[in-house]
Design a protein around this ligand. Structure first.
Ligand code: ZN
Length: 274
């Protein structure tokens, strides 16, 4: 067990070295929140109803004991707790699956969950998944940031974009979605082609799956989650503070049902400290 863990750590270290060699995600965006606010307000003034109260608080002469305005957790903007976001898309998927099964027209979209920023969630999904991701989750297309990559195998660029939307748009839920009928994960037939970059990442996932004694897609999704966290300190911090949850799932291409492959702690209101 210890040696398995060591080898996971060694692998993460190696992958991180590869990814960070490309360059860390835009460090400048983590400046004081005050610098970001004008842009955020310009985009969504309706989300700042508490703003006019601020001068009254200053008039008491009390120092702002919250201190750093740079801490996003103290920003008066509303937030969408990760568990609430996840429950919203779980319910959306259940409804979608029922309508598809019963050959009904696509369901009406439920009301947008309150507290959501620009997106209700972000989804990293395999590039050759044929379905419409937003529909599968009961969301409007503009409510979900979809990153399509083969596998899905996380890249440095997708990690950087997720880091940006978690920091700037307060995205609290990232889904990692593999699917059952995945052409990207099919090994080459004899003489079909030489193994390529996707095959090499699949082979790593196959070795992980054998070592961990879990299905290929579970090993793959676990590794992508680890990789995102190992690559990005802001994503790590957001997860540790339960401002963000990264939840894996496997989509059945035929029924549209998502088999959630989360850890048990993802179902609790507050993720326990890991
Ligand atoms: Zn695929």
């Amino acid at each position: 067990m210890a040696s398995a863990l060591r080898s996971v750590h060694t692998r993460i270290a190696a992958l991180t070295a590869v990814l960070t060699a490309v360059g860390p995600a835009d460090a400048q965006q983590h400046g004081p929140a005050g610098e970001r606010r004008p842009a955020a307000e310009a985009r969504r003034p309706e989300h700042n109803p508490a703003r006019p109260a601020a001068p009254a608080a200053d008039a008491t002469g009390r120092p702002d004991h919250n201190g750093a305005a740079a801490r996003p957790t103290h920003d008066p903007q509303p937030t969408l707790p990760p568990l609430v976001a996840w429950q919203h898309v779980q319910a959306g998927n259940d409804t979608f699956v029922r309508h598809r099964r019963d050959d009904l027209p696509p369901p009406e979209l439920p009301p947008r969950p309150s507290g959501a920023g620009r997106y209700v969630c972000a989804v990293v999904v395999c590039a050759d998944f044929d379905g419409t991701v937003a529909q599968h989750l009961g969301l409007a297309a503009e409510d979900v940031l979809v990153l399509r990559v083969p596998g899905p195998f996380v890249t440095a660029e997708s990690a950087a974009l997720l880091e940006r939307v978690v920091s700037r748009e307060r995205v609290s839920l990232v889904l990692l979605l593999a699917h059952r009928r995945c052409e990207s994960l099919r090994p080459p037939r004899d003489d079909e082609r030489a193994p390529d970059a996707i095959d090499r990442r699949r082979e790593t996932a196959v070795r992980d799956a054998e070592r961990l004694g879990v299905p290929l897609r579970d090993a793959l999704l676990r590794a992508q989650r680890e990789l995102l966290l190992a690559t990005s300190t802001p994503l790590q911090l957001a997860t540790a503070e339960d401002r963000l949850r990264i939840v894996p799932g496997v989509v059945d291409d035929r029924t549209g049902a998502i088999d959630w492959r989360n850890r048990r702690s993802d179902e609790l209101p507050l993720a326990p400290v890991k």
